[in-house]
Design a binder for this molecule. Structure first.
Ligand SMILES: Cc1cc2nc3c(=O)[nH]c(=O)nc-3n(C[C@H](O)[C@H](O)[C@H](O)COP(=O)(O)OP(=O)(O)OC[C@H]3O[C@@H](n4cnc5c(N)ncnc54)[C@H](O)[C@@H]3O)c2cc1C
Length: 405
């Protein structure tokens, strides 16, 4: 349950509250999380009580209803701590809740969103399959009508939180229709008969918040489990959540880079070589300066995409550019910080190398970097071809703007 005093806070006070949670609870619990190999349950309770499951869900549905600009500001704050914490509620706040909010039935919104907001219903977003990764529209999981039920069969992989989720949003093909138009979204309780999950033995980063394989073996769910009331809208449900999540990921990269730079600068101030702290060397300062500028560019791109988002139209090209740039930036900053730490960046328990491993995945999920580059390139060619201008730009367009492609 969300702490009632948190619910009544204005945004600036709430941001301070989240900053304190980050400094006083999340960061100090990282060692324990690493030692235990999982996020401690008391930390998950603190996250839920602080309302982090609720930041994107409207107040009318039990959430805190912050704008996207506020959500990215909050994300940049709490992701100064390990991004594994965020992964534990990320699939609820952006990926799953947004599709339900925009495409779900009134009953689905009323029954699910308040529980998601308070953290008592963890949801996972089950799109990826062994043969449908970047090409998600190639998915082969099926949903077949049988009387008053849907029967789902197939296999999903790399699904964050699926092993402990209460509810899975499963994307499946109905009626044999090929491509994205044949995909619908279904609400599947993780404890439904026929659902089994397992987690990998080893993760390269995100070790304390592993993904899971999900097997669906003739899983029966009621007809009311279809998200929304029309078949074939599954990809719209997915993209609604994905666009939301991409901005959160971009903000996460800024939060992670902030922490890695602060940790590294502290180390360089302490570490004496050649008779002085390493932080006094010009070459070292130049590295830090480049990293800082890189991070600030990602922050500006993310904040601007969030501002445009709050205007009401999803600026998907700017979101894509922000996610691409910020995730690449986090790896560049992480790599530079590991270099500046020397052996401490490789040997031992320093948080920076752990974060450097964690941020690598951010260039792969929510659209890998090459997919974003490809999509942006296609949009540039398409928009210049039809409208004569770049997509999502500030240029004044004369006449009717080209339809988004
Ligand atoms: C930590 C983690 C958490 C995840 N969580 C979830 C989740 O909760 N739910 C979910 O459904 N999925 C999740 N995923 C899956 C993620 O979305 C996929 O890994 C991603 O879409 C890429 O698919 P793939 O891994 O099958 O790579 P592939 O599709 O095999 O692609 C491999 C690489 O090939 C290149 N490539 C592929 N296609 C193109 C192209 N057209 N042009 C240029 N280059 C290309 C890219 O470099 C790409 O990274 C998660 C993945 C990870 C690693």
């Amino acid at each position: 349950m969300i702490d009632p005093t948190v619910v009544s806070l204005g945004f600036d006070d709430y941001l301070s509250h989240v900053a304190s949670l980050t400094d006083d609870t999340l960061i100090p619990s990282e060692d324990r999380m690493v030692r235990d190999g999982k996020v401690p349950s008391d930390v998950m309770d603190a996250i839920a009580t602080a309302g982090l499951f609720a930041i994107s869900i409207p107040r009318s549905h039990g959430g805190l209803g912050w704008t996207m600009q506020q959500q990215v500001a909050l994300t940049m704050e709490f992701t100064r701590a390990s991004c594994v914490y965020r992964s534990r509620f990320s699939t609820t706040i952006g990926l799953s809740s947004q599709g339900i909010l925009d495409h779900g039935t009134q009953e689905q919104r009323a029954t699910l969103l308040p529980r998601m907001a308070e953290g008592s219903m963890v949801t996972a977003f089950a799109l990826t399959e062994p043969d449908a990764g970047s090409d998600a529209a190639a998915l082969t999981t099926t949903a077949t009508e049988d009387g008053d039920t849907w029967v789902l069969s197939g296999h999903k992989r790399y699904i964050t939180n699926a092993h402990w989720a209460d509810l899975l949003i499963v994307f499946a093909r109905t009626g044999g229709v090929p491509g994205a138009r044949g995909v619908s979204a279904f609400l599947v309780p993780r404890n439904a008969a026929g659902v089994s999950t397992c987690i990998p033995e080893r993760m390269n980063g995100h070790a304390e918040g592993p993904v899971a394989e999900v097997d669906l073996d003739e899983v029966r769910v009621p007809k009311s489990s279809l998200v929304g009331d029309s078949l074939g809208s599954g990809f719209q449900v997915a993209l609604r959540g994905i666009n939301h999540a991409r901005l959160h990921v971009a903000a996460t990269c800024v939060g992670q880079a902030t922490r890695m730079l602060e940790e590294t600068a502290r180390h360089l101030d302490q570490r004496q070589q050649f008779g002085a702290p390493l932080s006094e060397l010009g070459a070292v300062q130049a590295d830090l300066g480049r990293c800082f500028a890189d991070m600030e560019a990602a922050r500006a791109l993310t904040v601007e995409a969030a501002r445009a988002f709050d205007e009401g139209t999803i600026p998907r090209h700017r979101i894509s550019a922000a996610k691409l740039f910020a995730s690449e930036m986090a790896s560049r900053v992480g790599d530079a910080c590991v270099q500046l730490l020397g052996g401490e960046g490789i040997v031992g328990d320093h948080p920076v190398p752990r974060m450097w491993r964690d941020v690598r995945a951010l260039r792969i999920y929510e659209g890998s970097s090459p997919i974003h580059e490809r999509n942006l390139g296609r949009a540039v060619v398409g928009h210049v071809g039809t409208a004569g201008v770049l997509p999502d730009t500030y240029r004044v367009t004369r006449g009717t703007p080209a339809a988004e492609s």
